[in-house]
Design a protein around this ligand. Structure first.
Ligand code: 13P
Ligand code: SF4
Length: 323
């Protein structure tokens, strides 16, 4: 999408959220990345939490975890660079086994993915025989492989209900599981993983926001604690939040999620006032223009998934995509 434009002309897109002087420090890397994408027939998939110079400057496909997984299936390129965290790159590799998938920093992890192992899933299956395991995509390929089906924050309720059973295990995000449980009659057994970014929001934060910014619309990610979601006007994935702002155009809005999200959405909505208490995801912030450029120059770091793990993990992801 950005291959026919120059870095200087791209500045118009982001001028509301990036000062000119800062953009000028990005221009050399943006130009280099645009050229490398052409040379290597590469595409960049960027999550909504990537900084605006990546999201609006060099990405070809952007979105929430579900959109990135869906769009990864149709990618027509030799190389995919995943501007996001490791589990997203693994999902892209699962769905594109013959393509080269690169993650610019292998340390870009996730507190949810780190909270559970395949051995934990085996223990859960022993404790709850016959109960299907629904695994949030924020997990390693090995944990996905040990599961029946995946879900994202954008489709968790549909996946729970699509199984047609009275009880499910939903791992590893306790808050996502408890938030979904409020919306369905299916009994949900949760694990104790938390997102280190979203768990920091409190219900008191929301009450203060409403007091300090009368009329503000509060949108919360379902990885937030249930009492935060209860105080919000709407809970939804990053794509749901972005779509809500586009459709309803609230005069004032706060997105209780990662900090770059507001910048990326604000680019498209100059009339909306964004109130910005937010939390940074240290993992997402490991991805920079410079390491995206290096990834393409040096072909690093290639994501490899063990062949046996890949077959079972792909099945769980594809089952989700079919819902
Ligand atoms: P979504 O983009 O699917 O809402 O996920 C948010 C998230 O925390 C990803 O790490
Ligand atoms: Fe993981 Fe939370 Fe960061 Fe998303 S925001 S990558 S869930 S730690």
């Amino acid at each position: 999408m950005n291959t026919a434009v120059s870095a200087a002309s791209l500045y118009n897109r982001v001028s509301r959220v990036i000062p000119k002087a800062e953009w000028m420090s990005f221009e050399e890397d943006v130009e280099a990345i645009l050229e490398l994408k052409r040379k290597r027939n590469a595409v960049i998939l960027a999550h909504n939490y990537q900084t605006p110079e990546i999201f609006h400057g060099v990405a070809d496909i952007v979105g929430d975890s579900l959109a990135l997984a869906r769009k990864a299936v149709d990618v027509d390129a030799d190389v995919i660079v995943l501007a996001g965290v490791h589990f997203m790159a693994e999902t892209a590799k699962l769905l594109n086994p013959t393509k080269t998938v690169l993650i610019p920093d292998t340390e870009a992890g996730c507190s949810l993915a780190d909270s559970i192992t395949p051995e934990d899933v085996a223990l859960l299956r022993k404790a709850y025989p016959g109960v299907p395991v629904i695994t949030y995509v924020n997990t390693s390929a090995a944990v996905k492989a040990a599961s029946d089906i995946c879900c994202t924050s954008g489709n968790a309720k549909q996946v729970v209900e699509a199984l047609g059973v009275p009880r499910v295990l939903m791992i590893p995000d306790e808050y996502l599981a408890r938030n979904v449980a409020k919306e369905t009659n299916v009994e949900i057994i949760a694990w104790h993983g938390h997102c280190e970014v979203h768990e920091l929001f409190s219900a008191e934060d929301v009450r203060q926001l409403r007091e300090n910014h009368p009329g503000v619309t509060v949108l919360a990610h379902p990885e937030c604690p249930p009492d935060v979601v209860a105080e919000a006007d709407l809970a939804g994935s990053t794509a749901v939040m972005s779509d809500y702002v586009g459709e309803k155009k609230p005069a004032r809005v706060v997105l209780l999620t990662e900090c770059s999200m507001s910048d990326n959405v604000a680019v498209h909505h100059p009339d909306v006032e964004f109130i910005r208490p937010c939390n940074l995801c240290p993992h997402m912030k490991r991805i920079t223009l410079r390491n995206i450029r290096t990834a393409l120059e040096e072909n690093q770091h290639e994501v490899v998934v063990d062949a046996n793990v890949a077959v079972a993990a792909r099945r769980a992801v594809e089952r989700m995509l079919a819902v």
